[in-house]
Design a protein around this ligand. Structure first.
Ligand code: SF4
Length: 1015
């Protein structure tokens, strides 16, 4: 006899507690054992949308004096297949689906399959296929839907045909192997139930009503499941408890009952109706996410202090990242225990990161960078020494394991060489290309055999960081599972034996490391920090919904590179049930409503004005919707509130005292004064050492003194601490080499000109053509000479670089000729300059001594170019001038700014003038200057003597002489300060902090490095 279908009821209510009490009424009433019924149990089966609700129900039952049940008819939606059964078709795992789809796309050899990286579309394709199989869309229906569209051009049609063909082939592959997609669970349950309802009937144990609590959305296969449940002879009644009226198909007609509820903020949200009188909601507007969650944590702590149990409050965020972990950390800093299921991608787990770094190093071809990154992983520290790797790799470019072994052997350290050789022996197996299956097998073996002993290092983590050990172990387990599933997937569905290198395998593995593992916090009775979907239909006395920014909640519908919303709409019109953005948005609204409804006493919502990356974000439209139905009690946290009141910033008295001391130091440092925390050396032994080292016998160079003047702390960290910026050898010729090439070429050229002309050279426009040719010959000779000893950049680029050098020198020589033309002219700015011509280059100053204000400075140096007087306007002399070449004017002290004189930074020219005077006591130094080759400019000219038109004599130039005196005073002052151990971080304004300062990362100059160098 045919049984009539079970009756379907829909019970609606917005208040989740009321709804739960209704759905679980039989669970909340104490039942008493009788001889006939010694183990009383509720007469209905209750399926809850998630595990958290089961906890809530058990807590509620406990409060009502219910002792418990024997074999309670209570389950979650996820457990439905266990009750209803499943067909014999085994579900595919994520990796199996991915492998199969990738293969099918390639086999199509169409537009997607013909792409260089078809795998990049597989993720989107997988999502689309998931939507189709959940709704049991047949390949014919999908193909028909695509074909029915008339508005497609040729390319689009071919692409549509390809999508339909892949979906058909996918369906056939599953059919022929007796497998199913895995995301079609409800449809499969429905089929199993229709085929054989006995197991379910037995599990019901005579109960004839099934209640589904918290069903919010019928998509994903609920419709066929409800049909199968209705047809199941073991059931009389199916009751759905939901916050919204579900769009049931006509054949699933249900009686609808709405629970009696008062109007609340949640019932009025998004309805256009006014909210209940006196309804109010707290709103926190914070400058950034950190302060947003800190304020929330502060309030939670205050409530806890007032007696609210931790588990009666919750912090909810639409998605885990970034708010959940930040909220949990803030709560911990307020001393509030947290209950959270923390999700971690495999990639962020330390031990997995170490393994990925090994593969990345192999993928890069064992460069310095890759090996140094690997050496930084504590798991490989025994064999790799980052310092030694950097020392070798910064000297010259080394790649490949063999070359590194040779470099280590040549380095002179047997211990290090032996350790690296051991590493290289094991690592060399990564250099061999192999098919993907063999790479996965290597990964599997690595995890089982653990050749580097990573597992023992996981367990040997120092201190009390059990959390790190737990996470690492979970990561190891996750990776082992991934390798196993990946290997199985490839064996079942893969088809390619093409060998790939470590780089290709690393790219594929890296993609999969997005997979997540989850760990529960040890405390299960703390304040829950939940994602939105896990909090839906739950209720708490105080609920904090954080992260209400546009794009974050409501979350944007995921886009797809395969079908945009217009294309999806067109398919929906042909009967293919795809979800549209409007439906997604509706679901987001309903989620917000049911979350808001879960606040029994007080709801607080919050938003930040900046996202974690520091970008401005607008607040969520849900806040505006909330303002329509409730008054918002706003607390706007000003950006100036750096510390949230009450937050724990130190752990213990010792740390607090240390923090106070650090604060005092920082305040002192902020003044910029010399102090033990700003460059003052205090220890007598060190001071004595400094005094000895930099005593009267020390041989200074003007460059060294200028470098102290530019920033004493930079000088200290470089010259005394030995800190330097090291960079990988570049493909380009480095800046210092370019400077040397210019110097040498000009020197070679002028020396030859002096010989050719038999005297000083004053280059003029008429000479320029021949002179330029000769200069370029000199340049080529210099390049050829240096080629054997110096890295002149990648040979591929040599031609282009030579052209650039030629261009710069040609223009510079033209500038010199023009400068000389002006020198001979009568313009008032030039007429005073004593005329000189190039006599020689590289004048070596072996030693000069400057005695000044009781300070004796020995110094040495080399003048790039010396000129001698050729001025026929005067009979006195001889006069000399000195020129120092700079590749760029920014290499001159203070970037060539005049202010640098007042700040005591320009020292080289005055010291050379002083030295020249002692080297050539018979000559008079008339001027010194820097010439910037690239900008073709004269900078920081020091004019000591000038031609006086009136008297027709050379006289002292007062301004220049005064400058010179001041500069020599400054030199003495700097030396005295070095000897006294004074090295403050204090760059003069003209210099600022150059972007290439080696000390930037360790410098604590007040206010941070001063980027005052406006070029
Ligand atoms: S960053 Fe600036 S203040 Fe710091 S050491 Fe470098 S130049 Fe000096």
């Amino acid at each position: 006899m045919a049984t009539s279908p079970a009756r379907l009821h829909l019970i609606l209510g917005t208040d989740p507690r009321l709804l739960l009490e209704h759905a679980a009424a039989e669970f909340l009433t104490p039942q008493h054992a009788t001889p006939e019924n010694p183990f009383p149990s509720p007469p209905v089966v209750l399926a809850l949308r998630q595990g958290g609700l089961r906890d809530d129900l058990l807590a509620l039952a406990h409060e009502r004096g219910v002792g418990g049940w024997y074999d309670p008819p209570l389950l979650t939606f996820q457990e439905l297949p266990k009750w209803m059964g499943a067909t014999a078709r085994r579900p595919l795992g994520d990796l199996e689906r991915r492998t199969l789809l990738e293969r099918l796309v390639r086999e199509q050899r169409g537009i997607l399959g013909g792409l260089r990286h078809p795998d990049r579309f597989v993720h989107a394709l997988d999502r689309l296929v998931g939507e189709l199989v959940r709704e049991e869309v047949s390949p014919d229906a999908f193909g028909g839907g695509l074909a029915a569209r008339a508005d497609r051009d040729d390319f689009e049609q071919r692409r549509d045909d390809e999508l339909a063909a892949v979906y058909r082939a996918y369906d056939q592959a599953l059919e022929s192997t007796g497998r199913r997609d895995g995301r079609d669970t409800w449809a499969d349950c429905a089929r199993a139930l229709a085929e054989s309802p006995e197991a379910f009937t037995k599990r019901l144990a005579g109960r004839r009503e099934l209640r589904l609590f918290g069903l919010q959305d019928l998509s994903g296969g609920w419709r066929p499941l409800l049909r199968a449940l209705r047809a199941c002879p073991a059931l009389d009644r199916i009751t759905i408890y939901s916050a919204e009226r579900l769009p049931l198909d006509p054949d699933l007609e249900a009686t609808v009952t709405r629970l009696e509820e008062h109007a609340t903020v949640a019932t009025r949200l998004f309805t256009g109706e006014p909210g209940p009188p006196d309804a109010s909601v707290d709103l926190i507007a914070a400058p950034d996410v950190e302060r947003e969650v800190e304020e929330v944590a502060r309030r939670v702590r205050a409530l806890a202090d007032a007696g609210v149990p931790f588990h009666r409050m919750a912090v909810v965020t639409r998605q885990a990242r970034p708010h959940a972990d930040l909220a949990a950390e803030s709560l911990a800093r307020f001393g509030v225990p947290v209950t959270q299921r923390r999700r971690h991608t495999l990639r962020e787990i330390p031990v997995v990161r170490a393994l990925a770094a090994l593969l990345a190093a192999a993928a890069e071809g064992w460069t310095r960078h890759g090996l140094a990154e690997l050496a930084d992983q504590p798991y490989f520290a025994n064999e790799l020494d980052a310092g030694a790797i950097n020392a070798i790799g910064y000297e010259r470019r080394v790649t490949g394991l063999d070359a590194w072994v040779a470099a280590f052997l040549a380095s002179g350290s047997d211990v290090r060489a032996a350790a690296f050789t051991r590493f290289a022996e094991r690592a060399s197996e990564l250099d061999r290309p192999r098919p993907l299956a063999a790479w996965i097998a290597w990964l599997g073996r690595f995890l089982v055999e653990d050749p580097w002993g990573l597992r023992s290092r996981i367990e040997a983590m120092p201190g009390t960081r059990v959390d790190v050990v737990r996470l690492d172990l979970q990561g190891w387990k996750g990776l082992t599972k991934l390798a196993g599933q990946w290997g199985d997937a490839l064996a079942a569905w893969g088809d390619s034996d093409t060998a790939m290198d470590a780089s290709a395998f690393h790219a594929q593995l890296d993609d999969l490391l997005e997979m997540e593992v989850a760990l529960w916090t040890p405390n299960r009775r703390g304040v829950p920090v939940l994602e939105g979907l896990a909090a839906a239909y739950r209720s708490f006395d105080h609920l904090f919904v954080v992260g209400l920014e546009g794009g974050r909640f409501p979350l944007r519908a995921p886009g797809s590179p395969l079908l945009d919303d217009a294309e999806r709409r067109a398919l929906v019109e042909t009967g293919v049930p795809l979800e549209l953005t409007a439906e997604w948005d509706r679901r987001e609204r309903e989620l917000f409503r049911i979350l808001a409804a879960g606040a029994r006493e007080r709801l607080t919502v919050s938003n930040a004005r900046l996202d974690p990356a520091g970008r401005e974000v607008v607040r969520s439209p849900f806040i505006e919707a909330m303002a329509d139905v409730a008054s918002l009690v706003l607390e706007e946290i000003p950006p100036s509130r750096v510390l949230t009141p009450g937050i724990r910033i130190t752990a213990g008295e010792e740390a607090a005292a240390h923090a106070a001391h650090a604060a005092r130091v920082e305040l002192d440092r902020g003044t910029g004064r010399l102090s033990p925390w700003n460059g003052q050396v205090e220890r007598p032994a060190l001071l004595e050492r400094l005094a000895q080292r930099y005593g009267d016998d020390y041989l200074w160079s003007p460059t060294q003194l200028e470098s102290y003047a530019k920033c004493p702390w930079a000088y200290f960290s470089s010259r005394l601490l030995g800190i330097e910026t090291r960079e990988d050898p570049d493909d380009e010729m480095d800046a210092a080499t370019v400077g040397t090439v210019y110097h040498k070429a000009l020197q070679r050229f002028y020396d030859a000109e002096v010989t050719r002309l038999g005297g000083p050279v004053l280059l003029l426009a008429d000479d320029l053509q021949g002179a330029t040719e000769r200069l370029l010959v000199s340049l080529d000779a210099v390049l050829a000479e240096m080629d054997d000893t110096t890295w002149l950049g990648n040979p591929v680029m040599a031609g282009a670089k030579r052209m650039e050098l030629r261009r710069t020198l040609t223009r510079y020589l033209a500038f010199e000729a023009d400068t000389n033309r002006k020198l001979l002219g009568t313009h008032h700015t030039n007429v005073r300059i004593v005329r000189t011509a190039v006599a020689r280059h590289e004048l070596d100053i072996r030693e000069a001594v400057l005695e000044r204000h009781g300070v004796r400075i020995r110094y040495r140096g080399s003048v790039d170019r010396v000129e001698i007087g050729i001025d026929d306007r005067v009979t006195t002399g001889p006069y000399v001038a000195a020129v120092d070449y700079k590749t760029s004017k920014y290499g001159a002290p203070g970037g060539g700014k005049k202010q640098a004189w007042e700040e005591g930074v320009v020292l080289q020219a005055p010291l050379y003038a002083h030295a020249l005077a002692s080297i050539h006591p018979d000559a008079t130094v008339s001027r010194l200057e820097y010439r910037a080759i690239r900008q073709r400019e004269i900078v920081q000219r020091l004019q000591l003597r000038e031609y006086d038109k009136q008297t027709k004599e050379v006289v002292d130039a007062d301004e220049g002489m005064a400058r010179m005196e001041a500069a020599l005073d400054a030199a003495a002052r700097h030396v005295r300060r070095v000897r006294a151990g004074e090295f403050p971080a204090d760059p003069p304004e003209s210099c600022g902090c150059p972007s290439f300062c080696h000390a930037r990362d360790i410098c604590r100059v007040a206010g941070g490095p001063r980027d005052a160098w406006h070029r």
